[in-house]
Design a protein around this ligand. Structure first.
Ligand code: HEC
Length: 121
């Protein structure tokens, strides 16, 4: 009986630890879209034209990381994870000045490809 109780407590403790260490998104997808992607003068537009400063690129790395932590309102999570991870990797490549980063970014930042699967009407 004693063993039974302590096992339950252990499980509860593990559940709490698991909860507090798993990173949670601090920005919603809408917030990220509004802050970084919306409109012709957006951070994303600047970055895509190769006009982003080092600070802009860092901001984009952070915003795309937030996307990876979110759950899409539509479409399956595997597809979302694939798209957002690619986008985040491309932002990091740009920030690091990696060769081919601009092309990597262009293919990953396809608004329509993502919206058609994950954005509700
Ligand atoms: C990796 C996926 C993804 C990419 C890439 C993406 N979006 Fe989005 N976007 C979304 C999702 C998902 C939503 C819907 C969020 C919701 O309704 O919760 C959204 C919503 C939006 C919104 C509406 C925000 C609001 O306040 O309701 C705008 C504007 C937007 N996106 C612009 C863009 C533009 C412009 C691009 C390309 C330069 C882009 N997005 C690229 C996933 C993406």
């Amino acid at each position: 009986m004693k063993l039974c109780i302590s096992t339950t407590l252990l499980a509860a403790a593990l559940a709490i630890v698991g909860c507090s260490t798993a990173p949670k998104a601090s920005k919603s997808i809408e917030q990220v879209m509004d802050e970084g992607f919306k409109g012709k003068e957006s951070l994303c537009a600047k970055v895509s034209k190769g006009q982003g400063s080092a600070q802009d690129l860092e901001t984009m790395v952070g915003l795309t990381y937030q996307l990876t932590l979110n759950t899409p309102p539509k479409g399956d999570l595997a597809s979302w994870t694939e798209k957002t991870t690619a986008l985040h990797a491309a932002a990091k490549a740009l920030a690091a000045g990696a060769p081919g980063a601009a092309d990597q970014w262009k293919s990953a930042v396809n608004c329509k490809a993502c919206h058609s699967v994950h954005k509700p009407d």
